[in-house]
Design a protein around this ligand. Sequence first.
Ligand code: ADP
Length: 482
Amino acid sequence: MGGLWKKIKKWKCFRSLSVRIFLLIMFSCAIPCVILHYGILERYMDNAINVRTTDVQTQVRIIADHLTTYNYLLDNSSEVVNAELSQLSNLYDGRVLIVNSSLRIIKDTYGISEGKTIISEEIIKCVNGGGASNRVRDNRYIEIVVPIEEKLDDSSSTLGVMLTSVSMESIISSYEYLKNRALLIEILVIVIMFGIAVLLSRYILRPFDKITDAINEVKNGFTDEEISVTEYLETERIGDAFNQMLGRMKVLDDSRQEFVSNVSHELKTPLASMKVLADSLLAQSDVPAEIYREFMGDITEEIDRENKIITDLLSLVKMTRTAADINIETVDINSLIELMMKRLGPIAARANVKLIYESRRQVNAEVDEVKLTLALSNLVENGIKYNTDGGWVKVVLDADHQFFTVEVSDSGIGIPQESIEHIYERFYRVDKSHSRQIGGTGLGLAITRSAILMHRGTITVESQEGKGTAFTVKIPLTYIAS
Ligand code: ADP
């Protein structure tokens, strides 16, 4: 049964809501039809037979009493009784047999079996004191067997049997008539309900068609108006969800466009510098070797810068790809940070900045080693870059039972309050010229944030201008796959 239901559900047409509504309406109209048919019509037949049997039985019992009174079994010439018998058989289009205790037929209203012996189970039972009985024969007659009894003081003895068979023709013809009428009505109801179901299933789903049309209009670019189909709460909700999605896509599209124009701009800046340097070299003849060397050194710097921007862009693209690219392993975070600090040591030494590492706990976590190292290095590198001579950068690792935290604080220049909300934006730099001078691309924190989000972690920042900045990264110890 379950398998059949699954198979039906796979049919394409059955997956259509309008087909389901149609079937539901048809099904709910079929139930009353079936109940009416079997509950009333079929009961009618049984009921009519019962009524007829009781009627006839009552009359037969009265006549059976008369038979005893008129001693009919010994002398069947009583006119009163004969008249009653023929009236009974005429009334019900039936036949009456009077049988004595030796199973001989005394009277047959058809007049063909008188004098003959009748052997039938019901009659023998009745003669032997089995009482009255009745049954339906060949679906055409009701046979009623009633004993002819002589009442004694406190008992009675069976003198014979009265066998009456009455025709069921009138019952059958009323039943047939009713059945035909019912069938006609049922067909009529089904045809009407079919029409109603078709119209209703279409009518109910019309707002959904409207929504599909509206979405298609937007998809095909004919309009970018908001969708509003308010006929049902459900369609209103679909419309709202679609509008929200559209809004989000517009924001994404805008940010993508902005990103592309920023990328082009950032890539063009070093190129423009290189061109200026090269042009000025070309414009002069007999350029002294020192100038030539100096210009070529500047050009090399610009090439390095261009290279760094491209490397950062590639890292960012990698970070913003789907989570499928993440390579999760259980990593010793203490060693990861130690190694990172060691690698950044020379840069810090060059800037005369002290690197301090404090581990409060041994931490093992499920992370992507490469991405996390990149994220944390950017923070420490920023701490070094935006610091003052003789300053420090401190990294503190701690953990609870669910998360580990890495705090990267510095004694540097700090970030102005109004810039804090922008620092994770791509290409955003608080002080463009200063950042450029120290080799910033404005992509570092965007990369860091993406990497941390990939680990389902969070990053927060607190900063005071002139005093320093503290970034806190919080990442689950166990990777949560979405
Ligand atoms: P950049 O490559 O320019 O360093 P980031 O995305 O790493 O780009 O940082 C964005 C901007 O945020 C930086 O240009 C800098 O102005 C500011 N910033 C980031 N980290 C610090 C910090 N530790 N101290 C002060 N300013 C910072």
